[in-house]
Design a protein. Structure first.
Length: 670
């Protein structure tokens, strides 16, 4: 028996980007653990990733190329084919498309790796002149809001939350989706810090905080302005910091003074005392830290909400302390990453293909050719994503994927909802089977993932699949000959010691401990920008659309199920057994008003669609809001659908992002 240990990195869409230690016995992975010597992982993995061997060796793992033999409106039927046949046929079909802008890539964060993500794929699309993809589906509203305020996506060190005396967890179920931040928050709590959770849902994190403020979805910006009102009214301001490091203060002050606690309470669905108490706690506790997450920006006004919250530590001077400030994303610190060297936009040779927003893929797939849109999408290549399950307004997404004239190729590990509608399904490697390098949006380290075992079956890396497609299409640029090792060497500037990274598995980036203690934001003049920030109401709410709310009176949000990560891990039986079944959480008052009992099947519906799931009458739902926990695969739903049956494709105020949590429904017995 031979046993060895391999260093890796978690590839999933999570701010923690954990360093992993993989134990291999007789060339089979038997255990995946968090590395104890990595400060941000400190030996712990979430339940999901600790079961990675179960996912890699899953009985349903795709191990051979498959070709469709059924119509897309029929039950999916595929036959196994050789790689040579699949690559040759796919290449021929793509080459036959006259306008390369009719070829649409679709990918996101099924892996966050820089190599298996967009490195070789980006080179292929650029060389072809294929349509570009605006990758907006998760974080672009908040990212745009943060960049408009600070000049980039920047924030506190996660570890410094341990020294805060007040931590406001805003729009984040950290216990489920940011476990290693929660470790630091819990340390601060043990040392006497007060923890406050702001979230429409009473999450597992809210259970562990001293206070939970259950705002209505999409009203976070109004609450931030209300806090500013109280800062001004009680002179809880750091006037020197504002004068030295904030532009647009006079405009922002006038907006905030229009939001007294009474107006904020009515808008947010909370009490006046909650507004005043939160403002007092935030202004009079030092150091005070805010951990935002992306839940709060999945509404029409999401970008502005992030802007307003990001300005709060500038008004109180919380940034003067290393344990004060705010964190939404730390990805702006990743300056050593050379994206252009990996993806090679120079291969476009001056062409400017159209950009298609991934959040409106349903409309895009159904759109005819037009002068405004360009050619109709004729081919779709999906990798690192499951759009049929995760994209909004899924009835349109499904209808688009079912077009018989649409040629669809999917790179996958399993037969997902999207793979079921493909013409070809190509088996891809998992993180345990390939090389990759990673940055993080939750901490400031870079990591390397070494392959622990050889690819199972006939699975191939994303990079190899795109290399073979490029060769079959006659593309001869040397860029398509680079190995994964060469790509890794091209990923970072000389500031990163690649030899040490290979040996150690992770390296810290040199970031100041209190980055904005003396201002120095990444804006052109080094000052935080307050001009233009304002509260933007939801598209769908009782206040913004009363006629719609009369028909569909309940706001629906779709926070992630604790044991899944977006649509990943849904097919891992041990995790699905913990999660149970698709649920809609509803407050007892709302259930009683509809004569609905706990445990019955109910339908949440609106003009876009109908979603059936089991009702859970729960204190986790506040009155007027129902929680459709996601994202389940559609095929595992009661009627072959999931919560995106009722979401819409309208976009946020900034960042062109989806508005998943800006959704009105009615609920009735199914």
């Amino acid at each position: 028996m031979t046993t060895r240990t391999v260093f890796g990195a978690c590839p999933h869409d999570c701010p923690d980007t954990c360093a992993m230690q993989v134990t291999v016995e007789n060339e089979r992975v038997i255990k995946v653990q968090g590395r104890a010597d990595h400060p941000n992982t400190h030996g712990a993995l979430c339940t999901k990733v600790s079961r990675y061997p179960e996912r890699t060796y899953h009985a349903d793992r795709l191990l051979h190329p498959l070709k469709r033999v059924s119509k897309k409106t029929e039950a999916p039927a595929f036959v196994q084919v050789s790689w040579a046949e699949a690559i040759a046929d796919i290449a021929a079909r793509l080459k036959a498309i006259r306008d390369p802008q009719a070829i649409q890539p679709y990918s996101y964060a099924g892996t966050m790796g820089l190599i298996q993500g967009e490195a070789m794929a980006g080179r292929l699309w650029n060389a072809l002149g294929a349509a570009r993809l605006d990758r907006t589906i998760c974080a672009s509203a908040g990212g745009a809001g943060l960049a408009a305020t600070y000049g980039h996506k920047l924030g506190m060190h996660t570890r410094h939350f341990a020294g805060a005396r007040l931590i406001v967890i805003w729009g984040s179920n950290s216990i489920a989706s940011n476990l290693h931040f929660w470790t630091y928050a819990n340390q601060a709590k043990r040392d006497g810090a007060k923890l406050i959770c702001i979230d429409p849902r009473k999450t597992e994190t809210a259970d562990k905080c001293h206070q939970h403020i259950a705002v209505l979805p999409g009203t976070d910006g109004a609450l931030a302005l209300g806090l500013m009102h109280e800062l001004i009214a009680h002179d809880w301001l750091d006037r020197d910091y504002i004068a030295g490091h904030v532009d647009g203060w006079d405009e922002l002050r006038d907006k905030a003074l229009a939001w007294p606690p009474e107006r904020v309470a009515a808008t947010c669905g909370i009490t006046v005392d909650e507004v005043r108490g939160l403002a007092r706690d935030y202004a009079t506790t030092t150091p005070a830290a805010i951990r935002m997450n992306y839940g709060l920006q999945r509404v029409r006004g999401g970008g502005n909400a992030v802007r307003l919250i990001a300005l709060l530590p500038c008004l109180t001077g919380a940034w003067r302390h290393e344990s004060g400030g705010v964190l939404l994303s730390a990805s702006g610190w990743n300056a050593p990453f050379k994206k252009a060297d990996l993806e090679r936009p120079d291969l476009l040779a001056g062409r400017q293909p159209r950009m298609v927003n991934m959040s409106t893929i349903g409309d895009a797939l159904l759109a005819p050719a037009s002068p405004e849109f360009g050619p109709r999408i004729e081919a779709l290549v999906v990798y690192n994503s499951n759009p049929v399950a995760v994209a909004p307004e899924s009835p349109k997404v499904v209808a688009g994927f079912q077009r018989e004239d649409l040629f669809t190729v999917v790179l996958e590990h399993f037969m997902t909802d999207t793979a079921d509608l493909a013409d070809y399904v190509l088996p891809a490697t998992t993180q345990l089977e390939h090389l990759d390098v990673h940055t993080s949006y939750g901490h400031t380290d870079v990591l390397m993932n070494q392959p622990a075992v050889a690819p199972l079956g006939e699975a191939k890396t994303n990079t190899q699949i795109f290399r073979e497609l490029a060769a079959a299409m006659g593309l001869t640029d040397p860029a398509f000959s680079d190995s994964d090792e060469q790509l890794a060497a091209q990923a970072f500037t000389a500031d990163i010691d690649m030899g040490l990274l290979r040996t150690q598995g992770w390296l810290p980036l040199p970031i100041p401990e209190a980055p904005f203690a003396e201002g120095g934001f990444r804006t052109p003049n080094g000052r935080a920008q307050a001009a233009g920030a304002d509260y933007v109401p939801n598209y769908e709410s009782a206040q913004a659309s009363p006629e719609l709310a009369a028909r569909f009176p309940l706001a629906m949000i779709s926070p992630p199920a604790r044991n899944f990560l977006n649509s990943s891990f849904v097919n891992v039986k041990s995790l699905r057994d913990i999660e149970g079944e698709p649920l809609i959480e509803m407050h007892a008052d709302d259930a009683a008003a509809r004569s609905l009992a706990d445990g019955v099947l109910v339908a949440a519906f609106n003009d876009r669609g109908r979603y059936v799931a089991r009702l859970k009458v729960s204190k986790r739902a506040r009155p007027g809001v129902v929680n459709g926990l996601g994202v389940w695969w559609r095929k595992l739903g009661v009627e072959g659908s999931n919560v995106n049956e009722v979401t819409h494709q309208r976009l946020t105020d900034m960042g062109n992002a989806p508005t998943f949590y800006d959704c009105l429904v009615q609920v009735e017995a199914a």
